[in-house]
Design a protein around this ligand. Sequence first.
Ligand SMILES: Nc1nc2c(ncn2[C@@H]2O[C@H](COP(=O)(O)OP(=O)(O)OP(=O)(O)O)[C@@H](O)[C@H]2O)c(=O)[nH]1
Ligand SMILES: [Mg+2]
Length: 209
Amino acid sequence: MPFRVLRADFLRTAVKRTDWPPPPDAPEFAFVGRSNVGKSSMLNALSRKSGLARVSNTPGRTRALQFFELEVQPSGSRKVTRIRFADLPGYGYAKVSKDERQSWVAMIETYLREREPLRAVVLIVDGRHEPQPSDHEALSFLRSTGRPIVVAVTKMDKMTRNQRLPALKLAEAELGLPRGEAIPFSAVEGTGTDALWAWLVQHADVAPG
Ligand SMILES: Nc1nc2c(ncn2[C@@H]2O[C@H](COP(=O)(O)OP(=O)(O)OP(=O)(O)O)[C@@H](O)[C@H]2O)c(=O)[nH]1
Ligand SMILES: [Mg+2]
């Protein structure tokens, strides 16, 4: 693991801009994906703290932006860096009113466009299904923000070993990504946490070592 996690804590919930954590700002990363895809589980796997973000079998559980603060240390270094994670409400969740859905979308899009310390975004898709129309919409919105984006293909453990590489390649091809760009992930097996940390660190403006 390129970074050791020294501390990981829930910081605050935000439904409007004034709730966003105030300066001094740390480099921030957002986790975006369909409802129930495994955003909160990914955040827990990265922070090595299973109860940090709330994981649920009930889709649509995370209804606001949830901010977390971590202290991480590059391996082989004494420098401690503070970063933040934002766990975003899932999109594509049908069982809410149109008004509520529109207010979610506005809340998420405003944050993704305007949040100053946001360094990069992780878009999470489910490896068991080819990308859905809402995944394509999310990716094209994210591209329009000009933010660095990485696609993580999660729940890889739910596939047989033989199914994993074809699923990864299919997700990349469907989303128009170069082969090898998406990160295969499993919150259960811990697959992909090192690769994802390496990518995050690269985008944190924090020199390792
Ligand atoms: N097998 C397996 N299950 C996973 C993985 N990631 C998440 N899950 C399960 O998928 C369900 C949803 O996980 P969450 O992390 O709550 O998903 P979410 O995207 O945060 O969901 P919302 O906040 O409701 O949008 C839970 O039952 C998790 O245990 C994974 O990598 N492998
Ligand atoms: Mg969640």
